[in-house]
Every structure is written in C-alpha cells, then in structure tokens.
Design a protein around this ligand. Structure first.
Ligand code: R5P
Length: 337
C-alpha cells in the first residue's frame, strides 16, 4: 500500500495522525485503503512537542486525524502543530479531523466573565492553518458557526441506530433524552427507529461545579417501555446514571444507553455497571481501553463513517447524502472497536 491515495489528476489524499488514538487512525486508513503517512513525534523534557512528516506533503489534500481525548490539551496542541507543519510544507488543503472536539461543551457563557472555549478551539485550528474541520456529534450543532469555513458535522446516529434497531422490539420503544437540550436528537432517533414516543429527563445543573447534575424526573410516558437513552457524551456518567434512576422509578421496562463519545472519567465505569441499563453502546471516537470494558458495554467502530466522509470530501462528493444512505455495517456485519 501507499501513503497516498491518487485521485483525479493532480489530487492526492494523505492521512496523518497524532498520538491520541492510533487504533482509530489505523482503522480509518484501512477503510481508505492507504497507509498513514509516517510522522516523527516526540515530547521534550518540559512537555513541549515536536512533529515532522517523513515524506513530502506538497500539493496534497491532507487529513489530520486527532481526537481530543485525555489528556485533552496535549491532543489539541499536537494537532495544532501538525497543522502548522503542513501549512509550512505547502499542503494544498488541510482538514482537521477531530472525532471528538475538545471543549465542545463550553459553547456559550452561562455567567459573566466566562470564556466560550469551544469558539477558541475553532479559532486555534483556523489560525494553525486548517481549511476545513470534520467532527462527530459536536455538543451543539450550531458550534459549526464558530469556524468561518466548511465544517463537516458527522453524526454517529446511523451507526448506533443500526445496532440498536436489531436488538429491540421497536413496537415498544421510547426514545429518551437525558436533558432538555438533546430532545431534537432524540426526535431524530425516534424517526429512524420508526416513530416511537419521546420522553426527556428534567435535569438541573450546578453551574458552579463541573460534572454536577441532578436528574429530577421524566417528562413523558415510559412505563413498560424499552427505553433508548441517547446522549452525545458520557464523561463521569452522572447524567446517564441519574437518568436511568428516574426512568426505572417511572416504570421503564428496560434501558439501552447509546452515546457517541465514551470519555468514561472517574466513577463512570462503576456508575454505568450499576445503573440498571441492559446495555451501554458507544463508539470509539475516543480510545476505550480494555480496563474500561465489561460485558455490558459494546463499542462500535466510527472508522467506516469517518473514512466515508473523508472520501466524499476528497472527491468533492456530498457528506450530507452520506447520512441518508449510510449503512453502518456495509453489509459485513457490525464493526466493533
Ligand atoms: C451534557 O449536556 C452532555 O450532553 C452530557 O450529558 C454530559 O456532559 C455528560 O457528563 P457526565 O457523564 O459527567 O454527567
């Protein structure tokens, strides 16, 4: 194989990756049928990073894959200096592929004297030299407007829905949002699952403390239902565990949790194991090590979706149409990560 996918005359695709999630990058490269262009990357004793590409990138359409997983700030900085190196080496176009975009949650000011950190991340990527950004399930879709250029906002829903659909009695489901902010997403899930009823959890947050939320009660009828609880991100799992608790109190028959980004910090694993859900389904937008896996957790590969979107961008195709037709399993069975 080669590190270059030759396209129409004078168009070459190159995939490079930082060190945050090498397995995902390898899976995306496999789907694209190319090798990852080799990069030398190391840390100085004081924590500064160095990168250099081992081959020319001149004139190429380069996709810089780096998910902003823990340690988030290091992952972001590494991607920024990778983009800077590409810009200075005359890449034709640079797409920052951030399967999970760091700081996506901080997309607005709740109180005075706060930053809008999500905007800052987009600004940093633009300043480094990114022409285009690709990400999966931003916390708020409208954050795309923080970048003055194309943003391919991919949704993991087709991947997750296909898996969940085969495992539930669709005539008895209710799709549940763990807070009022994600009702629109839950609605899209319900449509894809054949139009089941919707419910949401009334969640209140202590905005002075991180990861502190209280799930108060369910709005909607979930008694006797097989609930599909959908979220973008599971961090400490306080939100999901709280939502499961109120769903059970409201008489839910079963709960399947589906979320895109399995950050799984601190008490998350214990909370998820004990939350009463029959299955937790995540994608691998961030690495999920074996030590954080158990029988009740399913991790689906996001690589086919990313690779399909990269191909569409490279070939000047349509990323939007991808979602109308996207078969998560490509006829080969589900790709687990
Ligand atoms: C919040 O609005 C997000 O969609 C997630 O529900 C939240 O960030 C998850 O955090 P945790 O798992 O720590 O409750």
């Amino acid at each position: 194989m080669s590190a270059i996918l030759e396209g129409k005359p004078d168009k070459n695709l190159i995939l490079v990756t930082g060190r945050a999630h090498p397995k995902l990058a390898a899976d995306v490269a496999k789907q694209l049928g190319i090798d990852i262009l080799e990069t030398t990357a190391y840390d100085f004793a004081n924590g500064e990073m160095y990168v250099r590409y081992t081959e020319s990138v001149r004139g190429a359409d380069v996709f810089v894959l780096q998910t902003h997983s823990t340690p988030v700030n290091k992952a972001i900085m590494e991607q920024l200096i990778m983009i800077d190196a590409l810009k200075r080496a005359s890449a034709r176009s640079i797409t920052a592929v951030c399967p999970m975009l760091g700081y996506s949650r901080q997309d607005k000011k709740h109180r005075g004297r706060e930053p809008i950190s999500c905007r800052l991340i987009f600004d940093l990527l633009a300043t480094a030299g990114a022409d285009r950004i690709m990400s999966v399930d931003l916390h708020a879709a409208q954050s795309q407007g923080f970048f003055d250029g194309p943003v391919d906002h991919l949704i993991a829903m087709p991947v997750l829905v296909d898996y969940v659909r085969d495992r539930l009695d669709l005539s008895n489901i209710a799709v549940v949002s763990p807070d009022a902010g994600r009702i629109r997403v839950a609605e899209q899930w319900a449509q894809r699952l054949g139009g089941g009823p919707l419910a949401f959890v009334h969640k209140t947050r202590d905005i002075t403390r991180p990861n502190q939320a209280v799930s108060n009660r369910v709005v909607g009828d979930v008694a006797g239902k097989d609930c599909v609880l959908v979220d973008d991100l599971i961090d400490t799992a306080g939100t999901i565990a709280g939502a499961c608790h109120v769903l059970k109190e409201a008489g839910a028959k079963s709960i399947t949790v589906a979320a895109t980004h399995g950050v799984l910090s601190g008490p998350a694993i214990e909370r998820l194991k004990n939350c009463g859900a029959r299955e937790i389904v995540l994608t691998d937008t961030v690495p999920i090590p074996e030590s954080k896996r158990w029988d009740g957790l399913t991790v689906l590969s996001i690589a086919p979706l990313l690779a399909s979107a990269i191909k569409e961008v490279f070939n000047d195709g349509s990323v939007a149409e991808l979602f109308d037709t996207y078969p998560a399993h490509h006829g080969q069975g589900f790709l687990f990560a």
